[in-house]
Design a protein. Structure first.
Length: 127
């Protein structure tokens, strides 16, 4: 058997061979579903994780708070590009700032953001 044949095809969509609904499941799930607006807010949150530059910034900030200059040096990017992404992340309440004299330090807003990053990394590294 070839190595690729032993792996599950995650792109294949499987469907039921019969049409029918399960009212008890629908009832249970419908009572647990968050409000539509909350789901839209959740989708907006995940959109902020959908950019590789923002992910790199967030990963760096998961290790240490950093100023824009430090992030630019680490990521080898220009200040306007990094600042633009930080603005989006701050508006989305994913990062926060702290002023120390003339320097503004960025950090993750809370532990939930670190957990999302770590869980995402764990998921993609699964065999």
């Amino acid at each position: 058997m070839s190595p690729s044949a032993s792996k599950t095809d995650h792109s294949a969509v499987e469907i039921c061979e019969t049409i029918g609904i399960h009212p008890e499941i629908i009832s249970k799930v419908s009572t647990e579903m968050p409000d539509r607006n909350d789901l839209l807010d959740l989708a907006d949150l995940f959109k902020l994780f959908g950019d590789s530059t923002r992910i790199r910034i967030l990963w760096a900030l998961s290790e240490s708070e950093m100023c824009v200059c430090d992030l630019c040096s680490l990521l080898e990017m220009k200040q306007p590009a990094v600042s633009h992404q930080l603005k989006n992340l701050k508006q989305g309440r994913i990062v926060k700032t702290r002023r120390d004299g003339k320097v503004i330090y960025y950090s993750l807003d809370d532990a939930h953001i670190r957990m999302l990053l770590n869980m995402g990394m764990e998921h993609i590294r699964e065999a």
